[in-house]
Structure formats: C-alpha cells, structure tokens
Design a protein around this ligand. Sequence first.
Ligand SMILES: Nc1ncnc2c1ncn2[C@@H]1O[C@H](COP(=O)(O)OP(=O)(O)OP(=O)(O)O)[C@@H](O)[C@H]1O
Length: 725
Amino acid sequence: MAEGGRSSPPLPRYKGFLPIFLSGNKQFPDEKLQELTQPDPTNRASVGDSPADLQTLTHDVIRGDFGQVRRLATRQLVTSADAARRTVLMRVANFPVTPVKSEKCILYLFELGANPKAADANGDTAAHLAARRDHLRLLTLLSFDAKWLQNDNGATPLMKAARTGSWKCAKHLLHLLRNERCNEREKHGNSKRSRLLGLQDREGRTASDLARLSGHSELASYIEREMRLVVDSFGYIFGLTAQVSGICGADAPLQEADRQELERLADAGDSAGLRRAATRGSCDLPDRTGQTALMWAALNSSCGDEALWEQLVQLGDPTCANIWAGSCLHFAAKTGNSAAASALLAAGASANARGQCESTPLMMAAFAPPATAAAVGRVLLDSGADCSLKDYKGDTALYLATQEGRSELAELLRQYEGENYFDENLPEGPPFLERWDAVRLIGRGGFGEVHEVRTDTGVTCAAKTLRLPLQLGDELPSVSTEIHRAVESERNLCRLRHPNIVRFLHIAQPEPAAVVVFMELLDGRTLERFIDNKPLDEPKIRDFSEQICRALLYLHSRQPPVIHRDINCSNMIVRADNTRIKLIDFGLSIKLEQSVSHMSASTQSPKGTLNFMAPELLGAGESDSVQYSRESDIWAFGCSVFQMASGARPFANARSFLEMAQLIDRKGAPALPNGRSAELRDFYSRCTAKDRKRRRSAQELLGHEFLTGGKLKTRLLSSLFGAGN
Ligand SMILES: Nc1ncnc2c1ncn2[C@@H]1O[C@H](COP(=O)(O)OP(=O)(O)OP(=O)(O)O)[C@@H](O)[C@H]1O
C-alpha cells in the first residue's frame, strides 16, 4: 500500500438481529455507516518529531504528570507519529491502564489537535488499541465517532475487545448504544444500533463470533444479549421483559428478575446483599430507561462502603449511562456518594462526562446534600474535573452551587474561577534557567517577531521579541534603565489568569533595547484572519463578543485596572477549534515605545492601531500625554464588533490621525451594514459612543440584551418545557 494512502475499506456488512419491523423505514443509511466506520487516513503521511520526544510524552501521559505534558506537548508533536505510524494517543491507548490524573493529560492532547480517528500502519486507531488492551479511560475519552472505525481487516474496536476478552471496553462500547444521543433513535429507530453491533470483519465475523472463537463465550452471550435489546421510538429499552420475549432469548424473564432484585437491594442500601448478588452478567442489566444496578447504588448514599464499590466497578461498567446520558458518576455526585465517585473514577469513568443537558458530574455535585457536596466536589476536582464547563443553559458548576446554596462547594470552586483549565499547572516564574531556542517563526509584527521556543527547562511556549527603535543621541545605559523600568511596571501581566487572555509567563530584557515576552503558545489564528473580509454570523459575533467582554471585565476590575491599549482583531486569537477567543499583546510595545520616545524627546503621540483608536486619543494634542483608559479599550472593542459584523476594518480608508478625528467628529462610528439585528446595533452603539463617559462598561455590556438575549430565550423555553437535570 502506498505511504500515506489507504485502500478503500470493504463495504461494511451486517447480519442477523435486525428488527426491521421496529425500525420501520428509518434504516441507518449505508453512506452514514461507511462514514462512521472509516478511519482518517491523513496521519499516515506524517512521521514527524523525534521518537524520543514521543516516547517521553507517552510516559508523561501514562504517569498522569500534567505539568510535564504541558511543558512538552505541542501541536506538532501530538499530530506526529513514530515509525509504526502511531501517534502519542495510540501509544497511550496501547497501555492497559492509566491513573485518574491521566484524564487531564489526554484531554490536553485533544486540545492541541490530537486526531482520535488517525490510523496506524495496520489501520488500527486509538480505540482499537485501547479496546484490545482494555484501556477504558482512554476509550471513554474518545468521541463516539472514533469508536466504530474499521481497521484494514474490517475489525471494529468492539471486535478487538471481543477477541481479547476485554470486558470493560466491550461493555462500554455496547452500552453507549443504549444512549439516545448515540443511537439517534429519532432518525434511525433501532437500526443504527443493530448495524453497528452487527458489523462484520473481512472474513464475515461479528464481534460475538470473534468472542466465541477466542474462547470468551460468556462475553459472546453478553454481546448477543445486547444485540437483542430493542430501543423503541421513545428511546426506551426493551428486551429483558416478557413483552418482547418473542424476539428475546428465553432467558429474558429470568434476567429481568435478577435486575429487579439488584435494584431492590440497591434501593434498600443493602451493601452486603448487593455484594452477594451482583455478577458480571447482571450488574448492567438495564430497565426501560437504561438504569442499572450500579446507577441505583450510586443514587443511594447508604451504598457508600468502599469494598462494595471496589467490587461493583470490577463487575459492572463504570461508564454506563441511562438513555438520557446520566451516568453512574453523575448519580454518585448528585447524592454526594464520594466512595462511589472515587471508585468509578479510578476504574475509568470520566470526571468530565457530559450527561443530560450537557451537565457534568461536578455540576451534579451542586445538588448533593449540603454536608457532602464539597467532599464529592473535591474528589472530582482532584480527578481532573474542569470547572469552566457549561451546561446547555450556559451555567457552570460554580453558578449552580451558588444557586443551590452549597456554599462550601461554591467556595471551593471559586478558587478556580477565571482560570483556564489547562493553564492551572503552568509553572510560575521564568520558564528557563539560562537559555531558550527558537523552534519556528510564528509571525512578524511592527516591532519584532513571535517564535515558538523551547527553553532549557523543557518548556515550549511563544516568545515575542520587541526591538525598540533607538535614535541618534540616545544614551544606551539610560535607555536600558528606562526600558527596564517599563518592563518592571508591566510584570503584573504575568499574574493575569483568565480563559480569554493569553497567559504571560515572563518578560525578560536580554539586551539594553530588546525585550522578550514569554507567553503560552496558542494554536489558532488571529480574529482578523478568521474574519477574512467576510462578515460573521450573529451567533458567532455574540459568542466572541461575550468572551472578549469577560476578559475586559476581568482586566478593568483589577486593582489597579489593567488597560489593554491595543484591542483590535489582530490582537485576538481564535483557537483552532473555533470556539475560544483570547486577547494577546496588551499594547506592551506601545508602552515600551513610549518610554523610548520619551527618552528621545520625540512626540507622545498615541501609538496603536489607527482604525481602532478612540476619538479622545486622536484628539490629544502633541503636548498632551495620551490617556488610554477603560473607555478607550471599549471603543476599540466596539470597532472589533464592527469588523466582525461587516468583514472590514472600521475607517478602512483613513490615512492619518487627523483624517480619523475628522471622520469621527462628523459622523461618529461607522454604521453597521444592513440586515443586522436591532440588539447588535444597540450593543455596538453603546461601545462606540463619541463621548467616552457615555460608553458602557464591560460589566454593563455583559448584561446587554444582545449578549443575554439568546440565553434568556433558552431559559424561558426550558422553564416552559421542563427540560433540566
Ligand atoms: N502566544 C502566541 N501564540 C501563538 N501565536 C502568537 C502568540 N502571540 C502572537 N502570535 C502570533 O504571532 C504573529 C505576530 O504577532 P505580533 O503580536 O508580533 O503581531 P502584530 O500584532 O502585528 O505586532 P505589533 O503589535 O508588534 O505591531 C501573529 O500572527 C500572532 O497571531
């Protein structure tokens, strides 16, 4: 086979167990099945970074050393592969077990762009390797779409698990399809489940065939039983009860009796009884809503002894969820059952699993009894729960804990407020001992370049070098001292911690007139390039505007306030997944240049991006010192909103301060193009009032209807229709 290529996979076949009468004409189409089962071949072309780095990174992930992973991992490294075409994700997958702390490391690999669908030289993906080794933690964290791919032999991860008797992974894959979100019963009835479970390899063998052929007959029967389950048009599960015993095994009523007995014991909090009665075959038997014995036990805080949970997570599926995606861990969090939560997490459940309405276990902890909410919250946080996640209404765990009066939990969560999940472990202080080396040039700006660098302590970050213009007659020692003073006054930038602000690591002055700013390395492109002269749609403008406003609120409400001074679309980076936006740059070059021009007795005229400059800055006479303020930041933010809404920079034709000042004086800020909503127009006008005193603050803007409108509508709908957790 040619390098980088992949022969087209055989058309997936399936056999048996397809209850066509129940799926009606909602057949899961062939094209979709093919799409869902075909790995991404693109990674096969890239054998990149040194295997030594890949090996070190793999070990760091396997040990769960997030600090090390954060230092070493780069986009290039996580997308490269070794000689067997295995990426770091696959190499980790090929390890049987990882500690709880590895979850955050694995999520960071995804954050940097690790491709879960990449295939190795045999066409095996991370899911195949994980399933073969029964590495549940890694398999759980992969997206649903990455779990049904077929390798060169047509084998799916489920077949791999069946063959090696990997119970945990086999159960996880089987149980996923009970979930409404995954089985898409509204569109496809039961047929998507049936087709995925009935897939055959190139030799025509299904997962249950392979389990039986490999001597795992108990697992084979388990898979067959799961294949017989039927999801009806409301998403409810049948197959264990007598009603459908026609299409179920003769043992169906027996199993239903076992299930009911476990439910009764769990309900009664009878830990000893549960330990006696639970078996690998019965633990995960679902009722109509997909609720299992593990879930019932997690829901009862009396079922809180460690020995019980150690046994239950060995026998049952710790990742199992009901048809609405409420998982055992969600339930354990909701009842404040810390013993259950710890055991589930240790066995492979994800601390960030999304349940009904996108809730996370940490959000569910906000509904735990007041006495136990903080303890279970602590267990989740220590296991890598991300506090910044929001449910479908936009609520965070902190918001819910505050609303529900869980003050101890709220206090705990407040410590993480505003912190970017992955920045938490960034080292304090200079990221180097003596030196750093440029890895690649990222871009050039007005005053210097930005490089990706690697320091002698192994930190990979971005470094912006600013070379300051000296003038004839400047005395080097005094310039150096002046710059040093300016740098010192900007050191507080390194204390900023906000998900929408680049993390500054250190500012150094290696030469008298050169300053290097070390920052977290961002993967993405500037908003300017993201817009690319084409207007954005309104939900995107709303989303980005809200994020920038939050960053501005954070900056402007610090003591003393931090003023950005150079807000514009080139100083915002949209992350590669297009969801998060971050402010960069902070007009440091403006501040530094001012200190030099002051030395050189040149003018104190405002510096920055002309088109985004507030009228009060343009109006400043040459002798006045320029006053950047919260309001001038808001004006510049308004200009960014204009560019998002129109595709063009505001005042695109203005050539000088004077021209800009005259334009604004005559007409004010430019009008938004037709077709924009009244809310957006009003929002924009509040940012760009000519009189700076009439401009709204970041706090006020966050309450503006343009930003809150969507959310209020969602809340209203959910209160009308009762959606919620
Ligand atoms: N922390 C970072 N991570 C990744 N890329 C970055 C980072 N900071 C800046 N960049 C990128 O580096 C390039 C150059 O940035 P720079 O700030 O020097 O440009 P500029 O805003 O035009 O310069 P200046 O503000 O000096 O006029 C831009 O494409 C920018 O997106």
